[in-house]
Design a protein around this ligand. Structure first.
Ligand SMILES: Cc1cc2nc3c(=O)[nH]c(=O)nc-3n(C[C@H](O)[C@H](O)[C@H](O)COP(=O)(O)OP(=O)(O)OC[C@H]3O[C@@H](n4cnc5c(N)ncnc54)[C@H](O)[C@@H]3O)c2cc1C
Length: 458
């Protein structure tokens, strides 16, 4: 979309009562601030509004609307699709909004929209508390939670969104409203899985649970030659896993960048340490592992365990799908894909969605897919810009081959740039209700740079 020119005097007016900073392309920090996690995204907003308050957010929305600028909202900047930025329009950047307050007695935490999971976990773990959050510490709490939010605690405590008890939202009409079970319950329902469609979420309040301080968790990897047995072991383990155990499995490369192809299982047990040791022993004693970090560890260390494998600026292209089942055909295809993988940073991963995350009714929150099973993620990641076509083709081909095994549902947070037309996948039977809520809170679709829900009255 062509974007209008903005007069300097207009920007000066915006800056007047702005607590944060307003950047233009000529500012020295512009390039570092506009960069997202996915190095494949190279968008140039006309204005970056680095907000520090609800009032900044409201002023930014008003400014963008007045000047006909498309709005992109950035929490942690991790979404692979790059919709947290915009070519020409305004990026509302929350990455300076880092306040976190923990009420240990009430087991609640309120965190602003620019907080990452590493920051959140460090604050809550000081009190021996945590909530379900992302597997990587650098992911933003806001985008992850609004889209669902899978993590190691999902089996025991549900998705991140299931633990969201309230949110503060700045709307398209620049009103600041609360959403909770008793305040704007339609908005509260829609925020829990409907993504960034309804306004800018300036803070999120979570339910917390006792976790740790020490848990039994880590990762164990075998040479890819043992991958079929490893993925069958992952399947067997997840079939009998209780809520306390959450496992990830897959085929990829050693996280140290050596390029060694491996089959890997990540596991976290949130119960008595002796039970964790007993339950995880068969994994540890299986085959001839290359490395095994499953041991007593802290929740924060677990959260940072795979960070090294997903650095900022790496080029990313993802495809994912919930699987109808994990039979031997699927396992064989995953292993074949791993063997053919063109980049030493890519992998094909399985997340076990189960327990508390799977027991919620499909229409209780906007997050629709509540069946126990495995989410398949083809995570194509490379560093050489010239290798783009090859790495995208690898992910697309594998996705096409595995499509017959799809459960017909997709995780909105893993959709890439070219997945936008496929929205029945993530929102399923909740789409019509979401479209009505959208019509109430954003009838003009001001917030459309996301996995967009069209207002029902459009
Ligand atoms: C390395 C890596 C690991 C990941 N691991 C996990 C994982 O373990 N579990 C999981 O569930 N997902 C995971 N994800 C996916 C993640 O959930 C999504 O990328 C999510 O969108 C990230 O949120 P963010 O705030 O960092 O992203 P951003 O790119 O900043 O935001 C994504 C979108 O969310 C919306 N949004 C963000 N913040 C706000 C806000 N405050 N108000 C309104 N709308 C907002 C906007 O539409 C925006 O375009 C991972 C992603 C990466 C790159």
């Amino acid at each position: 979309m062509a974007q209008p020119q903005i007069a300097l005097s207009a920007l000066g007016k915006l800056r007047c009562n702005f607590a944060g900073t307003v950047l233009q392309p000529s500012d020295p920090e512009y390039d570092s601030v506009r960069a997202l996690h996915n190095g494949l995204i190279d968008k140039h907003p006309s204005v970056i509004a680095r907000c520090r308050s609800d009032s900044d957010i409201g002023a930014s929305i008003a400014f963008a609307r007045e000047h006909g600028l498309e709005i992109a909202v950035r929490g942690g900047g991790h979404n692979v699709s790059g919709r947290a930025s915009v070519e020409g329009g305004m990026m509302i950047d929350l990455s300076l909004m880092k306040a976190i307050s923990v009420n240990a007695t009430a087991r609640r935490a309120v965190a602003e929209g620019g907080v990452t999971w590493g920051e959140f976990n460090r604050a809550t773990q000081q009190h021996g508390l945590a909530t379900t959050g992302g597997v990587i510490s650098t992911t933003g709490i806001a985008g992850l939670t609004l889209g669902g939010g899978y993590g190691y605690l999902a089996g025991k405590h549900g998705l991140a969104t299931d633990n969201l008890v309230a949110a503060t939202v700045v709307t398209a009409e620049r009103k600041t409203v609360r959403a909770s079970v008793s305040e704007n319950p339609d908005l509260y329902w829609a925020l829990r899985g409907g993504g960034g469609n309804f306004g800018v979420v300036s803070s999120l309040e979570y339910r917390l649970h006792p976790v740790g301080p020490t848990i039994m968790a880590g990762a164990i990897a075998w040479p890819i030659s043992q991958a079929r047995e490893v993925l069958r072991l992952y399947r067997e383990f997840t079939e009998s896993a209780g809520d306390e155990l959450t496992c990830l499995g897959g085929v990829g490369h050693a996280p140290d960048g050596s390029g060694f192809k491996v089959a890997i299982i990540g596991a976290a047990y949130f119960g008595a340490m002796t039970d964790g040791e007993r339950i995880l022993r068969p994994i540890k004693e299986s085959g001839s592992p290359l490395f095994d970090t499953i041991q007593p560890t802290s929740y924060c260390d677990l959260n940072g365990m795979f960070d090294i494998a997903y650095p900022k600026d790496m080029l990313n292209y993802w495809k994912s799908n919930f699987l109808a089942s994990l039979d031997d055909n699927v396992i064989n295809m995953i292993v074949d894909m791993g063997e053919d993988c063109p980049s030493k940073y890519s992998g094909i991963f399985l997340e076990h969605w189960h327990g508390a995350a799977a027991r919620v009714a499909q229409d209780h929150t906007a997050f629709h897919h509540r069946r126990e099973g495995h989410n398949l993620l083809i995570l194509s990641q490379w560093e050489d810009a010239a290798a783009k076509e090859e790495n995208i083709a690898w992910a697309r081909q594998g996705f096409a081959r595995l499509k017959p095994f799809s459960a017909g549902a997709r995780y909105v947070n893993y959709l890439d740039q070219d997945d936008a037309a496929d929205l029945a996948g993530p929102f399923g039977g909740n789409y019509a209700r979401l479209a009505k809520v959208k019509a109430r809170w954003d009838p003009e679709n001001v917030f459309h740079l996301n996995q967009n829900i069209q207002p029902a009255n459009a």
